[in-house]
Ligand binder design. Sequence first.
Ligand SMILES: *[C@@H]1O[C@H](CO)[C@@H](O)[C@H](O)[C@H]1NC(C)=O
Ligand SMILES: *[C@@H]1O[C@H](CO)[C@@H](O)[C@H](O)[C@H]1NC(C)=O
Length: 216
Amino acid sequence: MSKATESLLNGGYIAVANPANQVYPSPSLRRFRKALKAVVFISVVLCLAGVVVWHVLRPKPIEVYVSSATLTQFALTETNNLNYNLSLSLLFRNPNSKGHIKYKWMHASSYYHGESLGWIPIHSFERGCQSMVPVNTVFAGTKNMSIRGSQLEEIHREGFFDVDVKVYAWLKYKIKFFKTKHRMAKIKCELEGMVLEGKRTSENGGFEGTRCEVHM
Ligand SMILES: *[C@@H]1O[C@H](CO)[C@@H](O)[C@H](O)[C@H]1NC(C)=O
Ligand SMILES: *[C@@H]1O[C@H](CO)[C@@H](O)[C@H](O)[C@H]1NC(C)=O
């Protein structure tokens, strides 16, 4: 039973709202509400526009490849020193259709079984959209290895060497009038199954290039 019927049955009456008694908001309150609505609306529109612009302009991470790698020396002496000479051709690609990337500084290091074979600086450069920048580097020298000789010899007998190359690049994006802050790109390239240059045959093939992992 509804409240109205109940009150009718009880001999009561239904109260009808008298429009004259209704309280209207004052003009200033109405203006304030209108302004508040406008502010909320504009904020929402600006936020949406920001999200869209961010998605359109957001720079994609760089792409890095090792297009070729040559191992001309990789030999262990009796005193556990590794003489190595690894030359690499790296390719840096900007996948963004708009904007430039400015590399402030970069350096590359190479690792064999987790042991560093030194690091080398790479000259900085600035490149536009979609461009490929080839960078040639050579890791050459002597490293006294801490992994034991017999372990190394075992690896050597196979004749294939896995070398990791890590590149750290400090870079920023420039898109029209926007510039991002400098950010660090950590790049890891796994060179698997490298074969000494003189020992490369059509069967063992050796290394044929790879795409590197990029973390930004
Ligand atoms: C390299 O290290 C080994 C010990 O791991 C040592 O016997 C040898 O003398 C070292 N060689 C050089 C050139 O320092
Ligand atoms: C390393 O090998 C390259 C050829 O691939 C050669 O041009 C370079 O001089 C070598 N560097 C050293 C330090 O042996």
